[in-house]
Design a protein around this ligand. Structure first.
Ligand code: SAM
Length: 248
């Protein structure tokens, strides 16, 4: 059976993609940060810092980080923003948020970052209630990406921005082939050896297979109602950072 069909079957057995994803991240929460840094050779920090600068909240503004996980993007946004800016970090996986809370406490950022359980496809916040929204490596885990972007549009105030950092499909043939070999073959191996999590680190690369390329993702964001949508490819297009503004 192909990995795509195997994943489909696993989603069905778990009662859908959302509960499958939630359980999966629950199992790897403790090794998640270490694996991220190892798999990306530490580039994940640079990618998040870039995305955070694209959002950069003004003084006392509030931002929302969807699928915040262990809160690294929320922390990066606080560092890139004006004084007294605050972040709400939302995630469906309690174990990931627990790891994030430990980190936030160590950094003394409890007053600036509020971590909450919540679903990116049904955001439990009023319309126009945040100044900006961001996500890192979350969107490809959603069941309906368009719904995720429509929800962000609803909760961001007019004039506010959304910033989406995601793994992408590198455009060059040779680099693309090298990336595919690394991502689809070596990442599961690393995940098994270091994280003792073969299934989890097989799901992660395969979640990219059906995820749109950077141009198609731009279209989805435009169709969801976002304006001035553009993107930056980083590290040869391994990741893309999409930025858009809500019409005033
Ligand atoms: C690959 S991790 C990314 C974590 C973090 N943003 C980072 O930069 O490392 C994806 C996260 O998205 C969360 N997630 C998946 N589906 C979600 C949903 N529908 N709503 C909120 N969070 C979700 C997972 O629980 C997981 O913590």
């Amino acid at each position: 059976m192909s990995t795509k069909n195997l994943l489909k079957e696993k989603f069905q057995q778990s009662g859908g993609k959302r509960p499958y994803v939630q359980r999966l991240f629950g199992r790897i929460a403790r090794v998640y940060d270490l694996m991220n840094h190892l798999m990306t050779f530490g580039l994940d920090g640079y990618w998040r810092a870039f995305a955070a600068r694209c959002l950069a909240l003004g003084p006392a503004e509030t931002g929302l980080d969807l699928g915040t996980g262990t809160a690294d993007l929320s922390i990066a946004v606080i560092r890139a923003s004006g004084p007294q800016a605050r972040m709400i970090g939302m995630d469906i996986t309690p174990q990931m948020l627990d790891q994030g809370r430990i980190k936030i406490a160590q950094l003394g950022l409890q007053d600036r970052i509020d971590l909450r359980l919540g679903d990116a496809e049904h955001i439990d916040l009023p319309d126009n209630s945040v100044d900006g929204c961001c996500s890192a490596f979350t969107m490809r885990n959603l069941t309906d990406i368009g719904l995720g972007f429509r929800e962000t549009l609803r909760v961001v105030r007019p004039g506010g921005r959304v910033v989406c950092l995601e793994i992408s499909h590198p455009p060059g043939k040779i680099f693309g082939a090298l990336f595919s070999f690394y991502f689809y073959k070596l990442v599961p191996l690393l995940g098994t050896i270091i994280g003792k999590a073969f299934e989890e680190y097989t799901y992660l690369p395969h979640s990219l297979t059906n995820f749109p390329d950077a141009v198609s993702l731009q279209k989805i964001m435009e169709e969801s109602g976002w304006s001035d949508v553009h993107f930056h490819r980083l590290t040869g297009g391994i990741v893309a950072v999409h930025v858009a503004t809500k019409r005033t």
